[in-house]
Design a protein around this ligand. Structure first.
Ligand SMILES: [Zn+2]
Length: 213
């Protein structure tokens, strides 16, 4: 079913349930008008209801549009994609676009990817590290102010989930930085020498990361 509101045509999706007494209207991410109602509620009643609440519904649509404007890009390992919401399950990568379903949980997907990618890079940087250090455990979470944290006592390296959105060189630098803390708990000259010996371009990368914060 379709309906015209303010010169735009919207899809109306109706879900009828015996257990539902009232009629509820929501807006989905694809901007369809989603109505939940009782099995006995007629199409005509729904259309009348939508028309009578036109103002409110247009506001709801605006809210969904605004929310999407903030999330219209998708970043993965330094590449920027247009984010497109579809009524199709899961996530699909195109050349410059990423298609996700309306209810796709981006953060959960990022976390799963990060668990694979960060571990691979941690092992890579650990194996090429020129000093003997304990093998650290890895923890991943979203952090507001830091890219990485190293617990020298428990040998635990925590990496910011947001690094999955950036080019892999930033991730590698942060890993080397945290691994160097397993030798030096401070930011002394010896510490930075160690970082430099294990990551050639670190000054440039560090600067770029800071500007991005
Ligand atoms: Zn540090």
């Amino acid at each position: 079913m379709k309906i015209e509101l303010d010169n735009d045509i919207y899809n109306v999706v109706i879900e009828r349930k015996r257990s539902t007494r009232n009629t509820y209207i929501r807006i989905h991410d694809d901007l369809s008008i989603y109505v939940t109602c009782n099995t006995l509620t007629s199409d005509r009643y729904i259309l009348n209801l939508i028309n009578s609440k036109e103002k409110q519904i247009l506001k709801m649509i605006e809210r969904v549009k605004r929310k999407q404007a903030k999330e219209e890009y998708f970043y993965y390992l330094g590449k920027k994609y247009d984010l497109v919401y579809l009524n199709k399950k899961g996530i699909t990568f195109g050349e410059e676009k990423v298609f996700v379903s309306n209810d796709f949980n981006l953060d959960r997907w990022y976390k799963k990817e990060a668990e694979k990618v960060f571990q691979i890079e941690l092992d890579k940087m650990y194996n090429s590290f020129i000093y003997k250090i304990p093998y650290p455990s890895l923890c991943i979470r979203k952090m507001k102010t830091r890219w990485g944290v190293c617990n020298v006592k428990t040998h635990k390296v925590t990496l910011n989930l947001e690094l999955i959105k950036k080019d892999i060189k930033y991730l590698d630098y942060v890993i080397v930085h945290e691994l160097s803390h397993l030798l030096y708990a401070n930011h002394s000259k010896a510490f930075w020498d160690c970082v430099g010996e294990n990551f050639k371009d670190y000054k440039k990368i560090r600067k770029e990361l800071k500007q991005d914060e």
